[in-house]
Design a protein around this ligand. Structure first.
Ligand code: SF4
Length: 219
């Protein structure tokens, strides 16, 4: 299987009834996007098939990637993330629009849960259900060296994927855990509006994380 075949299988997934109802039912509910077509399906990852750095988020935003079909695109988290990827030299331009010619250099974006959850909170069962897609998607990215977890839930989903226990690898912003075979797990606060507007995660802090990831990945 390649990434294209993965995407085709993924977008047909309806394993989580609550999320299927939400991703479809929330479409067009926000006044600013009324009348716009929503993606309203599972959101496949986006980026460089030869990626060395994985950015692993929580889940699509209801009116962000659930609308546009591309991770971190169309809402405040993407407006924070994409300019910083560009500043770090990891992309071809500082913004993301569905269908544009944006290229990521050595980076791939995806999330622990691929359908938008109510209040951005997937249940434990939904995280478990989507772990099968994480295992498959990451197996198609053999060049990964740095697993950058955005937030505690993404961190724990990555630990499960990597077969590592929570006790020995607590989440902490900026923490680097060396893994086997020259790979690393790196933590950051999530790029959510809640974190960036309160100053919990600043542009400077996240740029620093990206530059650490780049160095660890040998890019
Ligand atoms: Fe399928 Fe994942 Fe969406 Fe659940 S969250 S329906 S497992 S793609």
């Amino acid at each position: 299987m390649d990434l294209e075949a993965f995407r085709q299988d993924l977008v047909a997934c309806r394993l989580c009834p609550r999320l299927v109802a939400w991703r479809e039912g929330v479409a067009g509910r926000k006044r600013a996007f009324r009348g716009e077509g929503y993606w309203a399906r599972p959101v496949p990852g986006f980026g460089d098939p030869e990626a060395r750095i994985l950015l692993f988020g929580l889940a699509p935003g209801a009116h962000g990637s659930n609308r546009t079909g591309r991770p971190f695109t169309g809402d405040a988290s993407g407006a924070f993330l994409y300019p910083l990827l560009y500043e770090a030299g990891l992309s071809s331009k500082p913004e993301s629009q569905p269908g544009d010619d944006l290229r990521l250099y050595g980076v791939y974006l995806t999330a622990a849960v691929r359908c938008a959850p109510p209040e951005n909170r997937p249940s434990r069962e939904e995280l478990r259900a989507c772990a099968r897609w994480t295992d498959l998607e990451l197996s198609l990215l053999p060049g990964l060296r740095v697993y950058l977890a955005l937030g505690r839930i993404a961190h724990e989903a990555l630990l499960a994927h990597l077969g590592l226990g929570k006790g020995a690898f607590p989440f902490a912003h900026g923490r680097v855990y060396p893994l086997e075979e020259g790979r690393y797990l790196l933590d950051s606060y999530h790029v959510s509006r809640q974190n960036t507007q309160t100053g919990r995660l600043t542009r400077g802090m996240f740029l620093e994380v990206l530059l650490v990831a780049k160095r660890l990945a040998g890019l």
